[in-house]
Design a protein around this ligand. Structure first.
Ligand SMILES: C[S@@+](CC[C@H](N)C(=O)[O-])C[C@H]1O[C@@H](n2cnc3c(N)ncnc32)[C@H](O)[C@@H]1O
Length: 383
């Protein structure tokens, strides 16, 4: 695999996730926490209105909840004729917990909220990644892509930008939550669906499949990568961009009890209770290779926490990063810690006061790793 690190550490970094002591109030719980559309119309350049409702994929009646029927990922001609259906009210419903709003469709699958504050945070992270990547929406070398799939599209901000950048492509964003805007470029549409269920895209139909910030969401990455491989045309690309969720420091200014480190560890433990590996991106290179992908490339970069970096662009990235963490503290902890580790809402709030204090400490030069990995389906693969 080719790998490059744009802002390589000059020294061996201190890494986080020391697996801290369980929160006092969660001792017993932490023990149990171990492993466990619309089609648009109109000109591409002007944003035009579309049917207000997103569309939802057809319910699959022949499989278990995880969508794994044990077959060859289930592609069949009968599926291709009725890929989507009108959105039903249950798909548009939300559920509320600890004053935050969550998705209702396939309730409980994703442990982070989908309300306005969370959407603003996701959009801020989009801006952050663009700053980090010099304005590029993707690092895979795309050549006039026609069919682009965004799994876990969130607010749809990346899909909309891609629709603008590639006006001749059709961009489809899939998400459990119907939180995407109705005003989108005409070549962009959104589908409410579970990306972990059996895919409805025809084999060999996609030029590019994109995942961003999906490590804390997906249970079975091997299956996702297999489905991606099947859906891609020979020569098509997959790209996975994710935070590495470890806090690091190159100059010794990060104390061992740094609040965000402990927070990340608790989130990891909470997600583990649901079979989700927050550090899944560490293994993607092997998963891609094992599935048959070739031309695997990786770029590793650093996201400063706060404005301590000298470089002007990195200062901006750090500001975005810290704001996204600070503003999102409740959202990123509440689900994993209350659902997974059985903390109370009040215990989470008390814990977060230390995290807030540490995050705003300008003396601590912490950063988080960010990874993009992209790989190609071989041209000579048998379909
Ligand atoms: C952290 S957000 C990332 C959003 C977007 N990729 C971005 O980077 O702006 C994760 C999104 O994935 C969605 N999601 C989680 N699990 C999913 C699944 N199994 N199928 C489809 N979407 C899923 C969530 O609803 C949420 O909108």
């Amino acid at each position: 695999m080719a790998a490059d690190m744009d802002n390589n550490p000059s020294q061996t970094p201190t890494t986080s996730d020391p697996d801290p002591e369980p929160h006092p109030a969660s001792a017993s719980a932490s023990a149990s926490a171990t492993p466990a559309g619309a089609r648009a119309t109109g000109p591409a350049s002007a944003i035009t209105t579309v049917d207000a409702d997103p569309i939802v994929a057809e319910e699959r009646g022949d499989e278990g909840d995880d969508g794994d029927d044990g077959g060859d990922d289930g592609y069949g001609s009968d599926l291709e004729s009725s890929a989507t259906t009108s959105i039903s009210s249950s798909v548009r419903d939300f559920t509320f917990e600890n004053n935050r709003r969550y998705h209702k469709y396939k309730e409980g699958r994703y442990h982070f909220p989908n309300d306005e504050p969370e959407q603003e945070r996701e959009d801020m992270r989009h801006a952050m990644v663009l700053h980090l990547c010099g304005g590029k929406l993707h690092l895979a070398p795309l050549d006039k892509p026609q069919n682009i799939l965004d799994i876990g599209t969130g607010t749809g901000i990346w899909a909309i930008d891609m629709g603008d950048e590639y006006p001749s492509a059709e961009v489809v964003g899939i998400d459990l939550s119907p939180i995407q805007p109705a005003w989108v470029p005409p070549n962009v549409r959104f589908v409410v669906d579970d990306g972990e269920a059996r895919w409805l895209e025809a084999p060999n139909s996609q030029d590019y499949v994109h995942y961003r910030n999906m490590a804390p969401a997906i249970k079975d990455w091997s299956k996702m990568i297999r489905q991606t491989f099947t859906a891609l045309r020979p020569g098509g690309w997959v790209e996975l961009q994710d935070l590495q969720w470890s806090y690091c420091c190159d100059d010794g200014t990060m104390p061992p009890d740094y609040g965000p480190v402990r927070m990340a560890s608790y989130i990891r433990q909470g997600l583990e209770a649901f079979g989700i590996d927050m550090h899944a991106s560490d293994k993607n290179e092997h998963r891609l290779a094992d599935t048959g992908f070739v031309n695997i490339h990786q770029r590793l970069m650093k996201l400063p926490v706060g404005t301590w970096a000298k470089d002007k662009n990195m200062k901006m990235v750090g500001l975005y990063n810290r704001s996204a963490i600070y503003d999102g503290l409740q959202g990123i902890t509440m689900g994993p810690l209350t659902r997974g580790l059985k903390w109370t809402k009040e215990e989470v709030e008390v814990f977060l006061t230390q995290v807030r204090r540490d995050l705003m400490n300008p003396q601590i030069h912490a950063y988080i790793g960010w990874q993009s990995i992209w790989a190609q389906k071989p041209y000579n693969v048998k379909s």
